[in-house]
Design a protein around this ligand. Structure first.
Ligand SMILES: NC(=O)c1ccc[n+]([C@@H]2O[C@H](COP(=O)([O-])OP(=O)(O)OC[C@H]3O[C@@H](n4cnc5c(N)ncnc54)[C@H](O)[C@@H]3O)[C@@H](O)[C@H]2O)c1
Length: 273
């Protein structure tokens, strides 16, 4: 989708971090926006800061009915949706034995099911309208695994798999709808600020204690800001790129993993931990 001006984008998790940065960039491109988030105060603040027409809607992506209502409200307000950004996501950290099952379910509910709910709610309209694009936010964690991140890895690998399947299916359906999967490395946002979610448990234990500070440090020291990621993401959408890796340096590690697989070597932890 190379022309964005005058079109409409929906962004889940649009109240903070990468979603809000994407909103700023898409507003600057001349798009009208629908921002969806569980955090209503963040939504109001975001809408007031954006130089475009914005509809906000309190939406919990773990609930399909909320996404269906969001699609209805978006179409009532703007008549069409051209770009769906399934961005809302959370992270939980800790070893497999250190994390509660409930926390695993929460990660899968938001990070995997949230994306599927968005696709199910909006794809029928995109197919009918014919001009559209879906951006699914995975992560580098959808391509590389790390200790202490198994729930997030599983959810984000799921988002990559779902997105790849979708792109093949749209080809079979001879649809012009584009799909991109966004895979940033750690970026400074509120993603580590997990205390604000009632579902999050404090990670404790040897694995969590070792990996969480390292991941926080990656995010703190990362060279790209959320706005840089948004800039590269929008460039990728315009180019019709499926895989969008804003941090090019990480592709070396993705290549190592793929080489381990193709040569049937055991996995090795070498992503700086
Ligand atoms: N920040 C990073 O380092 C990084 C790296 C790779 C991928 N990502 C992904 O980017 C996306 C955005 O994360 P971020 O870093 O901007 O984090 P963030 O915490 O700053 O923003 C996430 C937003 O999602 C909202 N949200 C949380 N649960 C929700 C739910 N159930 N329904 C609707 N909204 C919900 C939050 O209220 C918040 O506004 C996520 O999918 C995340 O996994 C982030």
């Amino acid at each position: 989708m190379d022309q964005l001006a005058g079109k409409v984008a929906v962004i889940t998790g649009g109240g903070s971090g990468l979603g809000l940065a994407l909103a700023r960039k898409l507003a600057a491109e001349g798009m009208a926006l629908v921002l969806a988030d569980i955090d209503e105060a963040a939504l109001a603040e975001a809408a007031a800061s954006l130089p475009t027409e914005v509809l906000t809607a309190r939406t919990d992506v773990t609930d399909y009915e909320d996404l269906a209502a969001l699609a209805t409200a978006s179409l009532e307000r703007f008549d069409r949706v051209n770009l769906l950004c399934n961005n809302a996501g959370i992270a939980a950290f800790g070893g497999v034995l250190e994390m509660e099952l409930a926390e695993y379910r929460w990660v899968m509910d938001v990070d995997f099911w949230g994306v599927l709910h968005g696709i199910k709610a909006f794809l029928p309209h995109l197919l009918e309208h014919g001009d559209g694009h879906i951006l699914n936010t995975a992560s580098v964690s959808g391509f590389l695994t790390q200790p202490g991140l198994s729930a997030y890895n599983a959810a984000k690998f799921g988002v990559v798999a779902l997105s790849e399947s979708l792109v093949y299916e749209l080809e079979i359906l001879e649809s012009q709808i584009g799909v991109s999967v966004l895979a940033p490395a750690w970026v400074k946002t509120r993603i580590f600020d997990t205390d604000r979610y009632e579902q999050a448990a404090a990670s404790s234990g040897k694995i969590g204690e070792r990996v969480v500070p390292a991941m926080r440090a990656f995010a703190e020291q990362g060279r790209l800001t959320a706005d840089d990621v948004a800039e590269r993401t929008v460039a990728g959408i315009k180019e019709g790129r499926f895989y969008i890796f804003p941090h090019k340096g990480i592709l070396k590690f993705v290549g190592h993993r793929h080489a381990d697989i193709s040569e049937m070597r055991n996995p090795s932890v070498e992503q700086g931990l």
